[in-house]
Ligand binder design. Structure first.
Ligand SMILES: [Zn+2]
Length: 476
């Protein structure tokens, strides 16, 4: 439920933010909504823009593994040529006692740090820990200021990262009307209770309903299943139909994306859930537990290379979605665009190295497109970062210290690289048969277009919000 700004987690600039968002709304009226004073210097200056690219789970292990495979260990990704580089301290607090830190994040609380500038607890979508207050996001500030806004992701658009930029709900799994209150006996942490967020109880409804009701200009990704549901308190009207009545052109194919007519809001839903990834291991290979020979020595798995994932056919590339978003938002106004490569994380959870390498390649390809745009629009700030660390670790193929006896703990893959070597990747955050966990490592931040400040060597994750909002002059 919307209860204004948090006081429990308020940061020094929150007061400035409230005042300046009003200033931004007023200046919007002056600059864009009314007959603009075209003689004023402010009106003549190019409108600042921010493109925030998030590699979900894209820590330095992920980047190094991808670099070695994609361009060789002497090679350079586009990321590597970004002019500024910093590190981000990922911050999470306990739900029961927000004064207590939690050292490993999830995508909901870490995206909320970046979207709204507050530290909250895992699973929360732009709401405060314990007190469950909605916190205004940078997209909402940008909308209020009359700026363009866009969200592009390879995940469901209702997933934690994109959701945290526009929706407010106490639990990330409340993606659609039927998912607001559910019991999962097999995995209790996947149970949800967002009953306080029902519209009939004064809340904003599920994440899909909040996106459908939003004023975002561009929303592109997966998650069609959540919009196919009947909306809360309706007998037959789906969330998708509500989006359409709110002015969204709803599309679902690569062809529709490529042939979008200009103007108007667009909601692109290109998969039922998460969009397919572009690569998989040859023959669908993934990491495996290391077997032991009769004499106890480790039996290393066969090395493999990556191959195109057949399920990716017909799926829009992340760069194609980003291009469509930029074309739509490039109307002379300021804009805030968030682009996420989501399955770096999801494929690492599943111990599939080719999956996360391919999705990091999608991010790097998209960064090339974004930097081309920024070269033509030098007022554009480009930030690339991750939300949290992931399980994949670059390790020796065989133990250097005990080569005949020791094997990688957990799941292990050997990737044959294009430069004729073999790279060991292991996943050992837990002993689950299903999925790995995140890690609590600091994550990288790359920047281009920060012309008025130096980037410190380390920033808290909430500074992603502050840096973006300051560039757009939404805060001072
Ligand atoms: Zn994850």
């Amino acid at each position: 439920m919307f209860r204004g700004f948090s006081t429990a987690t308020m940061r020094p600039y929150d007061g400035i933010l409230r005042a300046s968002s009003l200033i931004a709304v007023v200046s919007c009226l002056v600059l864009y909504g009314c007959e603009a004073d075209t003689q004023s210097p402010a009106a003549a200056a190019p409108a600042p823009k921010v493109i925030l690219i998030i590699g979900d789970g894209m820590d330095d292990h992920q980047i190094t593994i991808a670099r070695n495979y994609l361009v060789g260990y002497n090679g350079r990704l586009r990321l590597d040529d970004m002019p500024e580089r910093s590190s981000v301290q990922v911050q999470t607090v306990a739900e029961d006692d927000p004064a207590v830190p939690v050292y490993v994040a999830d995508s909901a609380n870490s995206a909320t740090a970046m979207s709204a500038g507050i530290v909250t607890s895992t699973g929360r979508i732009a709401t405060t820990a314990k007190t469950d207050r909605d916190v205004t996001t940078i997209m909402e500030l940008a909308i209020a200021a009359g700026f363009g806004t866009g969200i592009v992701t390879t995940s469901s658009v209702t997933d934690a990262t994109p959701a945290s930029f526009i929706a407010h709900v106490s639990e990330r799994l409340c993606e659609a009307p039927t998912r607001m209150v559910r019991t999962n006996e097999r995995i209790p942490s996947f149970s949800t209770d967002c009953s306080a967020d029902f519209k009939t109880r004064g809340g904003r409804g599920s994440i899909a309903e909040q996106i459908a009701a939003s004023q975002l200009d561009v929303v592109l990704g997966g998650g069609a299943q959540y919009f196919a549901e009947v909306a809360e308190n309706e007998t037959a009207t789906t969330v998708r139909e509500i989006a359409a009545s709110n002015g969204y052109r709803v599309i679902g194919t690569e062809h529709e994306l490529a042939s979008l007519p200009p103007g108007g809001k667009v909601l692109g839903l290109f998969a039922r859930g998460t969009m397919p990834v572009q690569w998989r291991g040859a023959g669908d290979a993934a990491a495996a537990l290391v077997a032991r020979q009769d004499d106890g020595r480790p039996q290393l798995p066969e090395p493999f290379m990556c191959e195109p994932n057949p399920a990716f056919a017909g799926t829009p590339r992340l760069s194609e979605m980003a291009r469509a978003a930029l074309q739509r938002l490039d109307d002379g106004r300021s804009f805030m665009l968030m682009i996420e490569s989501a399955s770096i994380d999801k494929q690492s959870h599943l111990r599939r190295p080719c999956g996360h390498i391919g999705e990091l390649a999608q991010l790097d390809e998209t960064l090339g497109l974004v930097l081309d745009y920024a070269r033509e629009h030098p007022e554009t700030l480009v930030l690339v970062t991750a939300d949290h660390g992931q399980a994949a670790t670059l390790v020796p193929q065989t133990s250097v210290l005990a080569p005949l006896k020791a094997a990688s703990a957990g799941y292990f893959a050997r990737l044959r690289t294009r430069e004729g070597a073999v790279m060991g990747v292991n996943y050992a955050t837990n002993d689950s048969l299903l999925q790995e966990d995140h890690t609590g490592v600091q994550v990288p931040l790359f920047a281009s277009g920060l012309d008025t400040r130096d980037l410190p060597a380390m920033v808290p994750q909430t500074d992603i919000f502050r840096i973006s909002a300051e560039h757009l002059r939404l805060i001072e």
